[in-house]
Every structure is written in structure tokens, then in C-alpha cells.
Design a protein around this ligand. Structure first.
Ligand code: XLS
Ligand code: CA
Ligand code: CA
Length: 437
């Protein structure tokens, strides 16, 4: 046991003061005809939870994530599997997400790295037996190794491009072997530092070609799940091509990849792009591409990717509102989040997941109330009522022309002002639902 002092985390309800209990996440509770645990397929991010130990640009690790083994060894890799499964089982987290190099230490030679990946994936598979824990998605880390300094699919070097292809191939093999529901492309260094040395069109074409080969290979080995692009506008690069959902969707459509791909929307990335989290969810949803979510939050005072555990109930509520309206996710809610550096104990790891899971559970409860209340939805419907009949209906049905509309406007003289947006009233409804019962 790696966490002997931590019990299985029970649901105790909102009145509980027990730090190691859920206040809102009650997996069997039914909301809008579906169990909470089915609305909220939570996942553990291997890299943060079992890897990140507090190192930042100014200081070294504060937490001990050795799990009793020497870091950088296969014993450590296996200890992480054991600790990770104990962690997930104690919390009732049913999925995990991983990069290739989160689950094994990377060797100098890719053949040795691949051998290690075979070994650890056998070990993980064995561990999965007798549990209901599954893989949500896998991915290849094509941003840490110095060879990827200029990107992977967008690299100026064809040799580096081949290394990226090799990593994707293996990561897909392992994802399929572990029964993963999805495969993620986060374009960490797919972007540029300066346009002075960059052929943007050439790089984007190459990324698309790599994705096409990945789809072809994935389907050939029986991968039935979704490929995801995870947008992020910057960091580590000055500009990243998958800037936001709208940009990534346009890219996928332009290159004919939209049937195989959906979005993995990370809250903190949406805000880095100057949007709300809800905005990128909505854009993905209306395009039929809301696939999965990296559930975290940023800090409005900091201009970088802080990957904090989500606690903002406005955000989780509006997120769940979008998810429910979209009919759910094909993926899940991956806590791509890390403890703050001074929260370095084992208890902090559990508190963080309890916070995240409770925040989403409360968001779900409140979003369902907003939908059941109906005032917001009926206001939005009413707001567009002028398109239901008459000239508005003709516009919607594409049964009119610019000439006819111009003649209609001439007859009107001066149109009446459009109805009030009622923003403050709508915001007060949200507050009312969030804070009163
Ligand atoms: C980094 C990203 C990364 C992806 C997976 O900012 O969030 O962790 O989720 O490569
Ligand atoms: Ca992420
Ligand atoms: Ca992030």
C-alpha cells in the first residue's frame, strides 16, 4: 500500500466536515435520468498525479513521488502503476490518461523505449484485471525531448518527423492494447517562435499528413475511438497552430480530418486563448466535435498555464450545461491538474481530486437545475422569435433574396430596436440557482 493512511473516500454530503469525504460527488445519484458516475467519467492524468513533484522554473521538487523506488527505473515505473491504481480505487476514479514517457523512463534508443512500453503495458493490463478502471486516452510526448525543439509534425527536420511518427505508432499500439477510448494530439511545439524562419503553410500541411497517417494506422490496428486535437494558443511556443477550438476545427475540415477527430477542450487553454472555458465548449459542441475535457482551471492574474484543480463553480456549472446540452462526451473529464507547489503531501493529492470531483458534481447538479428551471432556455428561444414566422422564417428557409429583404426594409422605414439582452436578469437567475437551494 502506498497510501496506508487514506481510506476509500466515502460520500458524506454537503454538511460533512471530513476532508477525506465527498460532499457532492455521489456516484449513484441520478440526475436527469442518468447516474452521476455516468455523467462524469473522471480520469487521472498520469503525468501530473504520479509524476509532477513541484519543480518549477525557480525551484526543485517539493513532493516525493518516488513511491519507494529509484526514479528513472522500471521499478519506479511499476511502483507508479501500483500507486496510481490504489489512488484511483480509493477515489472511485475509473479512467486514466497517459503520455508514452509518463509510463516508462525514455531510453536513448527508441527500440529500448518501445521494449519498456511493452513491458509496462503488460503490467498495467494485468493490474486492470479485476478492477473497473480503463484507459480514457493515450498520447505521445513529442515536446520534451530536445529533438522536438522545432515541433514534431511541424519540424523542419524530416528525421525528427520520422521519430514523431514512430512515437505516435507505438503510443497508438499501447492505447489500443489498453482499450483506450481516445487518442490525443496536443500540438505542444507545433507552432513557431518567429515567422522569419517559418513556412506556416508547409508546416501545417505536414501536420495534417502525419495525422492522416495516424488515422490510417490506428484504424488498421482496430482503434475505433476518437482522435482528439487539444487546442492551446501558446506555451511553450509563442504561437501554436491549434490556437482554439474554432481554429482547430477549421484545420480539420480543410484537411478532411473532421470525421475522425473531435476536440479535447482544456479549461486553462481556453482562457489562455482569451476565451471562457464555456466558449470553447460551445464552439466544439455546435460543430459536433465536443469529445473530451481536460478539467482544470487557470488563474486570471497569471498569463500562463497553471493547471490548477477546478474549484470555480460558475465554470463547472456552465461546462456541465454545455455537456448536458451536447448529449454528453465520447471521452471524459481528465484532471490535467497539479497540486500547488506548497501542497506536497499525500493528503494534498487526495484533497485535490476530492475538490475537482466535487466541483464537477456540484456543477452537474446546478446545470441540471438551470435546465429544469427553463427560464434561460426559454429566454434564448424567445430572443430569436422574429425568425419563426414571416420574413424571418423565409430567411431561415433560404426562400428569399437580398432584393426582397431590401424592399421589406424600405417598407419598415425604421425598424424597432431588437429586444433587450437582459444579461443582468439572466445572471441573477444563475446566482439564484447556484446559491439558493
Ligand atoms: C499541456 C497539455 C498536455 C496535454 C497532453 O499543456 O495540457 O498535458 O493534455 O499532451
Ligand atoms: Ca491538457
Ligand atoms: Ca494545461
Amino acid at each position: 500500500m502506498y497510501f496506508p493512511d487514506i481510506p476509500v473516500i466515502p460520500f458524506e454530503g454537503p454538511e460533512s466536515k471530513n476532508p477525506l469525504a465527498f460532499k457532492f460527488y455521489d456516484p449513484e445519484r441520478v440526475i436527469l435520468g442518468k447516474k452521476m458516475k455516468d455523467h462524469l467519467p473522471f480520469a487521472m492524468a498520469w503525468w501530473h498525479n504520479l509524476g509532477a513533484a513541484g519543480t518549477d522554473m525557480f525551484g526543485r521538487d517539493t513532493a516525493d513521488k518516488s513511491f519507494g523506488a529509484v526514479k528513472g527505473t522500471m521499478e519506479h515505473a511499476k511502483a507508479k502503476v501500483d500507486a496510481g491504481f490504489e489512488f484511483m480505487q480509493k477515489l472511485g476514479v475509473k479512467y486514466f490518461c497517459f503520455h508514452d514517457v509518463d509510463i516508462v523512463p525514455e531510453a536513448d534508443d527508441i527500440k529500448e523505449t518501445n521494449r519498456r512500453l511493452d513491458e509496462i503495458s503488460d503490467y498495467i493490463l494485468e493490474k486492470m484485471k479485476g478492477t473497473d478502471i480503463k484507459c480514457l486516452w493515450g498520447t505521445a510526448n513529442m515536446f520534451s525531448n530536445p529533438r522536438f525543439m522545432n515541433g514534431a509534425g511541424s519540424s523542419n527536420s524530416a528525421d525528427v518527423y520520422c521519430f514523431a511518427a514512430a512515437q505516435i505508432k507505438k503510443a497508438l499500439d499501447i492505447t489500443v492494447k489498453l482499450g483506450g477510448r481516445g487518442y490525443v494530439f496536443w500540438g505542444g511545439r507545433e507552432g513557431y517562435e518567429t515567422l522569419l524562419n517559418t513556412d506556416v503553410k508547409f508546416e501545417q500541411e505536414n501536420i495534417a499528413k502525419l495525422m492522416k497517417m495516424a488515422v490510417k494506422y490506428g484504424r488498421s490496428i482496430g482503434f475505433k475511438g476518437d482522435f482528439y486535437i487539444e487546442p492551446k494558443p501558446k506555451e511553450p511556443m509563442k504561437h501554436q497552430y491549434d490556437f482554439d477550438a474554432a481554429t482547430a476545427i477549421g484545420f480539420l475540415r480543410y484537411y478532411g480530418l473532421d470525421k475522425d477527430f473531435k476536440m479535447n477542450i482544456e479549461a486553462n487553454h481556453a482562457t489562455l486563448a482569451g476565451h471562457t472555458f464555456q466558449h470553447d465548449l460551445r464552439i466544439s459542441a455546435i460543430n459536433g466535435m465536443l469529445g473530451s475535457i481536460d478539467a482544470n482551471q487557470g488563474d486570471y492574474l497569471l498569463g500562463w498555464d497553471t493547471d490548477e484543480f477546478p474549484f470555480d463553480i460558475y465554470d463547472t456549472t456552465m461546462c456541465m450545461y454545455e455537456v448536458i446540452k451536447a448529449g454528453g462526451l465520447t471521452g471524459g473529464f481528465n484532471f490535467d491538474a497539479k497540486n500547488r507547489r506548497p501542497s506536497y503531501t499525500v493528503e494534498d493529492m487526495f484533497h485535490a481530486y476530492i475538490l475537482g470531483m466535487d466541483s464537477y458534481a456540484l456543477g452537474l447538479i446546478k446545470a441540471a437545475k438551470i435546465i429544469e428551471d427553463g427560464r434561460i432556455d426559454s429566454f434564448v428561444k424567445e430572443r430569436y422569435a422574429s425568425y419563426e414566422t414571416g420574413i424571418g422564417a423565409k430567411i431561415r428557409a433560404e426562400e428569399t433574396s437580398l432584393e426582397e429583404l431590401a424592399a421589406y426594409a424600405d417598407k419598415l422605414g425604421a425598424p424597432a430596436l431588437p429586444g433587450s439582452g437582459r444579461q443582468e436578469y439572466l445572471e441573477s437567475i444563475v446566482n439564484n440557482i447556484l446559491f439558493c437551494g
